[in-house]
Design a protein around this ligand. Structure first.
Ligand SMILES: Nc1ncnc2c1ncn2[C@@H]1O[C@H](COP(=O)(O)OP(=O)(O)OP(=O)(O)O)[C@@H](O)[C@H]1O
Length: 292
């Protein structure tokens, strides 16, 4: 199949967290002094127990959550201090995928994908659904990348969960993003569909060099798809390394307890521990070779 090459404006994208903390109004610390650099084209998977701060970290990148301290830069520009047109421009380059798909269910697939273009046009134009022909071509191209071209004129609620998630990936792609953030994108899907969605995200990352950051709770998926794994615990980075370095012992360290079978997608007997030893932090090496 012939694809229109999406127009990637920059090849130097980097996300930088400079001493970032987030304290929620009730006093809960979501992130605690995070320093982090993510390079163009990486597929980063963020892992950690529920409440570790994965969503807070991900959503602070496009300022769905405002941080309390520090600075986040996207391609050298501070999103933390941006406002108005500048904030909208930075956000336009960041596609977002949610666990619950967030589609307009009664609209067609095409309309949903076209909504990824709203940041590129005036409000009036998009309210009346007046998208130019090029946007339709872009939307069809995005649908082709997730193999859903033939569903373009179906209603979104007639699609399976996995297909709906792939429509939401196409919607993000229609934005022509430089970054894709996916917050637990497969948490509501069955194992087979999960792999299709992860395959799509990986293929798009590789073909278009879109920097991709995904929160996941399945250990084997993280190892299989990530180019880099970041482990969070209590709002702090406790591991940052390659999938090869992220052994079962490392995961036990990130979680602060043994791994459970239901945290491995390929496992079929939920509930039991598959690792019994929690290693000391000193045994866990970061990419730098330093213990975290
Ligand atoms: N709006 C909020 N108000 C107060 N505390 C919050 C809020 N959102 C998150 N928190 C708290 O901040 C911490 C980090 O939450 P976050 O949702 O980022 O974790 P997570 O790792 O994504 O967890 P999960 O996998 O359950 O989504 C948790 O202690 C959580 O209870």
């Amino acid at each position: 199949m012939k694809y229109i090459i999406l127009n990637i404006e920059s090849w130097q994208i980097m996300i930088t967290f400079n001493d970032v903390s987030k304290v929620y109004p009730n006093g809960t610390k979501g992130l605690n002094h995070i320093n982090l650099t993510i390079n163009e084209g990486e597929l980063v998977v963020i892992v950690g127990l529920s409440g570790a701060g994965k969503s807070t970290l991900l959503r602070s990148i496009n300022r769905l959550i405002d941080i309390s301290e520090g600075d986040i830069q996207i391609n050298g520009q501070s999103i933390t201090s941006a406002s108005g047109a500048k904030l909208r421009r930075i956000r336009r380059g960041i596609g977002m995928i949610f666990q619950s798909f967030n589609l307009v269910k009664r609209s067609t697939v095409m309309r949903n994908v076209l909504s990824g273009r709203v940041g590129h046009h005036s409000t009036l134009r998009t309210v009346f659904g007046m998208f130019p022909k090029e946007d339709h071509e872009l939307a069809l191209d995005a649908l082709a990348r997730v193999n859903l071209q033939e569903k373009a004129y179906s209603r979104a609620d007639q699609l399976s969960g996995g297909q709906q998630q792939r429509v939401s990936i196409a919607r993000a792609l229609a934005q022509q993003p430089q970054i894709i953030l996916a917050d637990e994108p497969v948490a509501s899907l069955d194992p087979l569909t999960t792999r299709q969605v992860m395959d799509d995200l990986q293929r798009i990352n590789q073909e278009l060099q879109i920097t991709t950051i995904i929160n996941l709770h399945f250990i084997d998926l993280a190892r299989e798809y990530a180019t880099r794994i970041i482990g969070l615990r209590a709002g702090e980075i406790v591991f940052d390394g390659t999938p090869e370095e992220a052994t079962d012992d490392v995961f036990s360290h990130i979680y602060g307890r043994p791994i459970h079978r239901d945290e491995v997608l390929g496992a079929n007997a939920p509930g039991e521990d598959i690792v019994t030893v929690i290693p000391d932090a000193a045994d866990i090496k970061a990419t730098s070779g330093e213990p975290l």
